[in-house]
Write a new protein. Structure first.
Length: 444
């Protein structure tokens, strides 16, 4: 039964695409083609993630939080003039999409699992946004990133609906992909809404299958960068010795003037942005015994671990995301090539998509539609969890029962085509999992 196998021994799709690029590069006409060489390199690297956003949205501050250090310049103006990739690769593994890009090796929490690109803001009047636009779908380096963090200013997507919709639609690829775009609602210190409301609202505003995380970049940096955390810690320690401040239900910066040294007050402002966060921080760290305990609370309140968990989830599917991006890039390359070269590449891509490696990607993509999309939303959570496990590993606890429930779901006459296709795939896999091994060869 070919076409639905999720077997863990299926070949790596990135390796299949890299081998295909190698064959193309073996042709003397394409031997030095930089795009083909970069597609092959991308298939051998960790997941490439592009950080996208406007000037002053806080991209560099967010990046410093993810990198756990001052690696990107921050200012209320355009500070990024070219694309810079931050990664944990050795020198022999570094190949970048364009010779103008920069490479910085950093040992950050996800350094072994992904590469993060910091790019110029999209709303500057300088010529620098062209570096970013080249990386997005439709540019001449289209798909050079495989996943995207789209930074939204003050937790709203209404001004970026078209951009988010285009990004998700144009990077979906042959697998109807979801989950390769996450919206980071930055500058949470300037937003009255709580994080749950922001994260629920943004996908509705964007009208796109994205995930959203509300992030307080300044607090995240304060939790992870010693020169920022030190004045914060000393200020909190001073406040705890002043009952008149602790008794206030709310605190404004002017309430602290005269009670704290200027350096401590400046440290609080740098770490929190808004004094609205201070009472909760004081309350949640009341029983904290050490500086490490306090910083753990600061980090948790910043929600940077939540964003990192989303990025780690993306990295879990790096084969899916990277292979999808590589196929899209090859399609783009074929469209620009002559009729003979373009036709042969398109034919080769069609052949690739009949391989066991790409069968496995279809199952992984279907799992993401169940987990992060609306497929199976009416079913019980345990049925969705079992379907995801089946799609990822090829096994589940009760195949006949799972097949029956998803077959019933697929049979609904008003079910959208995408949902029906995923449900039928789950049903087929469950029936296959319930087939005795001796009968599988005959079934094939």
């Amino acid at each position: 039964m070919s076409g639905v196998s999720g077997a863990p021994d299926a070949p790596d799709a990135r390796g299949v695409v890299a081998e295909f690029c190698g064959d193309l590069l073996g042709d003397p006409r394409h031997r030095d083609d930089p795009v083909l060489r970069d597609i092959a390199a991308q298939c051998r690297q960790p997941l490439r993630v592009l950080l996208v956003g406007d000037v002053s949205a806080g991209k560099s501050t967010l990046l410093n939080a993810l990198l756990a250090g001052h690696h990107a310049q921050t200012a209320h103006r355009e500070t990024t003039s070219a694309v810079t990739w931050f990664h944990g690769l050795g020198p022999d593994a570094v190949r970048l999409p364009d010779p103008t890009h920069r490479s910085v090796r950093v040992d950050f929490p996800l350094a072994r699992r992904l590469m993060i690109a910091d790019a110029p803001g999209l709303n500057t009047k300088s010529g620098n946004p062209r570096h970013t636009l080249r990386m997005l779908p439709g540019g001449d380096l289209a798909g050079a990133a495989a996943a995207y963090v789209f930074l939204l200013l003050r937790g709203r997507a209404d001004g970026e609906v078209e951009a988010l919709g285009n990004l998700t639609a144009m990077t979906a690829g042959p697998f109807d992909l979801v989950g390769n775009v996450v919206a980071a609602a930055g500058k949470a210190d300037e937003v009255a809404s709580d994080h749950a409301e922001i994260e629920d609202r943004i996908p509705r505003e964007a009208r796109a299958p994205i995930r959203a995380v509300a992030v307080h970049q300044k607090m995240a940096v304060a939790a992870r960068v010693p020169e920022v955390s030190a004045p914060l810690l000393s200020a909190l320690a001073s406040i705890r010795t002043k009952p008149e401040l602790l008794a206030r239900p709310t605190l404004r910066w002017q309430h602290l003037t005269g009670h704290l040294p200027e350096a401590q007050l400046a440290g609080l402002v740098a770490a929190l942005g808004s004094p609205a966060w201070l009472p909760e921080l004081i309350r949640r760290t009341a029983e904290s015994a050490t500086a490490e305990d306090v910083l753990r609370v600061v980090e948790e309140m910043s929600r940077i671990p939540v964003l990192e968990a989303v990025l780690a989830d993306m990295a879990d599917d790096e084969d899916l995301f990277t292979a999808t991006a590589a196929v899209l890039r090859l399609r783009h390359w074929a469209a620009r090539a002559g009729s003979e070269d373009g036709g042969s590449v398109r034919e080769g891509l069609r052949a690739l998509q009949t391989t066991a490696a790409f069968d496995r990607l279809r199952a992984r993509a279907a799992a993401r539609l169940v987990r992060h999309g609306q497929v199976g939303a009416e079913l019980a959570e345990e049925d969705r969890d079992a379907a995801c496990e089946l799609l990822r590993s090829g096994t589940c606890h009760d195949p006949p029962a799972l097949a029956a429930r998803w077959a019933s779901y697929a049979a609904h006459p008003l079910r959208p085509t995408r949902s029906r296709a995923v449900a039928e795939l789950i049903t087929d896999l469950a029936r296959w999992a319930d087939t005795p091994p001796r009968q599988r060869g005959a079934a094939r």
